[in-house]
Design a binder for this molecule. Structure first.
Ligand SMILES: [Zn+2]
Length: 160
C-alpha cells in the first residue's frame, strides 16, 4: 500500500486538555473546536482516499451501517502505520517568536492525539496501529511550513 498524503484546512485543535465538570465527569475543555477539527481531518482523508468513516448507530455495533464492513477491517491500512504531520498555526500579529511555544497553543502531542483519533475507522480501523509518528507545529510563514493557511499536512504510511 502506498503512503496517503492529504491536507486538512481549519484551525488545528489539540486533544487532551481535560476539564472536570460539576459532577466529576471529565470532558475536553475545547470540545467544540476539537470536534470541528476532527471532522475537517476526516473529510479531507475521505476526499483524498475515496473511503468513508465508519458509521455506527449504536456503540457496540460490529459492522459499518453504510457498507457492512466489520469495524476491525474498516480502514485503508490494516497493519502498523506511521503518521507524519505538519500542523500549521496562524501567528497572532503581536507575536514575534518563531515557533508556537506559548502556552496558548496545544502541545504537539495533543495534536498527534487529535489526528490519530480522527483517522480511526477511515484510514485504519484502530489508532493502536499507529506505532511511529512525527508531528511538527509551525507558524504559517515559517520557511519550513508547507501550508499557506491554518491546517495540517498529514501522511500515513505502512510500516513493515
Ligand atoms: Zn463503511
Amino acid at each position: 500500500m502506498r503512503p496517503v498524503t492529504f491536507t486538512a484546512f481549519g484551525d488545528p485543535a489539540g486533544q487532551g486538555n481535560l476539564s472536570r465538570g460539576r459532577h466529576g465527569k471529565s470532558y475536553h475543555s475545547n470540545g467544540a473546536e476539537l470536534e470541528e477539527w476532527r471532522t475537517r481531518v476526516r473529510n479531507a482523508a475521505a476526499r483524498a482516499t475515496g473511503h468513508h468513516a465508519l458509521v455506527v448507530l449504536e456503540k457496540k455495533e460490529r459492522t459499518c451501517a453504510q457498507c457492512g464492513t466489520f469495524r476491525t477491517k474498516h480502514g485503508l491500512f490494516l497493519g502498523p502505520v506511521a503518521l507524519d504531520a505538519v500542523v500549521a498555526i496562524a501567528r497572532p500579529p503581536s507575536v514575534k517568536r518563531p515557533y508556537p511555544t506559548s502556552r496558548r497553543h496545544s502541545d504537539w502531542d495533543h495534536h498527534a492525539r487529535a489526528l490519530c483519533d480522527a483517522l480511526t475507522g477511515l484510514i485504519y480501523p484502530d489508532d493502536s496501529q499507529v506505532v511511529d509518528g512525527h508531528v511538527r507545529q509551525l507558524y504559517i510563514g515559517h520557511p519550513s511550513c508547507p501550508l499557506p493557511q491554518p491546517g495540517a499536512l498529514i501522511t500515513v504510511s505502512e510500516v513493515s
